[in-house]
Ligand binder design. Structure first.
Ligand SMILES: [Zn+2]
Length: 86
């Protein structure tokens, strides 16, 4: 499971990189905030073992709590952003 620190970093990443935070399906702003105030999507992160990509491309998932719309983001992009901040 992703820990709270990673979740916060993902939130920072999405705040910086994603400019449209309104759900494109239901259009509302009444999103559930699961992990931190101010962010409007639930966040899950697929466990990532870089030596084993047989299951596909590792990614981050955000889910609209209202309608269940799911967005995915490449973990590569997150890690690139994360490394650039160090
Ligand atoms: Zn929605």
């Amino acid at each position: 499971m992703a820990n709270q620190r990673i979740i916060e970093e993902i939130e920072d990443f999405l705040y910086e990189k994603v400019t449209h935070h309104v759900c494109n399906l239901c259009g509302g702003n009444d999103w559930l905030i699961d992990y931190a105030e101010g962010y409007n999507c639930s966040i899950l992160m697929v466990e990532h073992n870089s030596s084993n990509t047989s299951f596909g491309i590792p990614f981050i998932v955000t889910e609209c709590d209202n309608c269940g719309n799911i967005r995915t983001y490449s973990l590569r992009a997150f890690e690139k952003w994360r490394n650039s901040r160090k």
